[in-house]
Design a protein around this ligand. Structure first.
Ligand code: C2E
Ligand code: CA
Ligand code: CA
Ligand code: CA
Length: 278
């Protein structure tokens, strides 16, 4: 038994060792991904349930690794946040989204693009200048950009985050609180924040109408949005039942596989044409 225990122990050490090497390799690959042009963006339509119009798109980052294939952002974004490379990657995302917004506007599709802004990016001193400068360089009206920030962005330095978001918002950029309800939800920051949208996290939408608690949480966020005069967008809408419930309940905006998966630009354009013809 002792012998077996020891083998197990060695196996355990070996696997941790392997994990550390894997992670080091991933970090190394990630640091070259921009240069090697392994990133691209996909766009998921955001729909107004009342007017049945597409109001914009969320830009989502994809990393096509030559060996691993598509690496999920939930896996590599935290790594990029940890080693700081999210600052450079996030700037690339913004540039790319602006280029796309310009292309679409020129084609008669003046869509608003929502870009995810990491808490690490928001902490940078230069972030406000970087964002406003990028819009200006690409000749994009600020109203064409939405920033999705999570509640963790407000945790380290609330007043700093408030000040920066205020400047961005005054310039015309709209702000959405992403993953609302999953983190540090405080009504105090909502009062202080220049926020226009609350995004109900998909974990509450998945079992909507099946799980009583999730349904109540979604209801509460919708009501909170109404009373604070913020529009509420549901993410992860996958079924007609969810869409029907949300629109009846007063949630006017939605995004999810029920409408469309995140798409490459050309497919997105085809989707928009088909959707608006329905
Ligand atoms: P998120 O911002 O909460 O994005 C929503 C995620 O839900 C996306 O996953 C999207 O593809 C997925 N999704 C959309 N509709 C549905 C649906 O109907 N059902 C289900 N099950 N999922 C749906 P994705 O693209 O894998 O991104 C995961 C997370 O990675 C994002 O969560 C965001 O936190 C982060 N991320 C993605 N792109 C960027 C980026 O450019 N910058 C930063 N900082 N983070 C990003
Ligand atoms: Ca998001
Ligand atoms: Ca989410
Ligand atoms: Ca998220």
């Amino acid at each position: 038994a002792k012998q077996k225990g020891r083998d197990h122990f060695q196996f355990y050490v070996a696997s941790i060792d392997q994990e550390i090497r894997d992670r080091k390799q991933l970090e190394k690959d990630l640091s070259q991904a921009l240069t090697l042009q392994q990133f691209h963006l996909v766009y998921q339509p955001q729909i107004n349930l009342e007017t049945k119009r597409i109001i914009g798109a969320e830009a989502l980052l994809r990393w096509e690794h030559p060996v691993r294939g598509l690496v999920p952002p939930d896996y590599f974004i935290p790594v990029a946040e940890n080693n700081g490379s999210i600052v450079e990657i996030g700037q690339w995302v913004l540039e790319q989204a602006c280029l796309q917004a310009k292309l679409w506007a020129d084609k008669g599709l003046p869509l608003r693009i929502a870009v995810n802004l990491s808490a690490v990016q928001l902490r940078q001193d230069r972030i406000v200048d970087d964002i406003l400068g990028t819009l200006k360089r690409h000749n994009i009206p600020a109203g064409r950009l939405e920033l999705e920030v999570t509640e963790t962005s407000f945790m380290t330095n609330l007043s700093d985050a408030v000040a920066k978001l205020h400047t961005l918002n005054r310039a015309g950029i709209s702000i959405a609180v992403d993953d609302f309800g999953t983190g540090y939800s405080s009504l105090t920051y909502l009062k202080k924040m220049p926020v226009q949208h609350l995004k109900i996290d998909k974990q509450f939408i998945r079992d909507l109408l099946v799980n009583e608690e999730d349904t109540q949480i979604a209801n509460t966020i919708i009501d909170l949005g109404k009373s604070l005069n913020l529009s509420v967008i549901a993410e992860g809408v996958e079924t007609a039942e969810q869409e029907y419930y949300l629109s009846q309940r007063g949630c006017t905006l939605a995004q999810g596989y029920f409408f469309s998966r995140p798409l490459r630009p050309a497919d997105f354009e085809t989707f928009v044409q088909g959707f608006h013809q329905k």
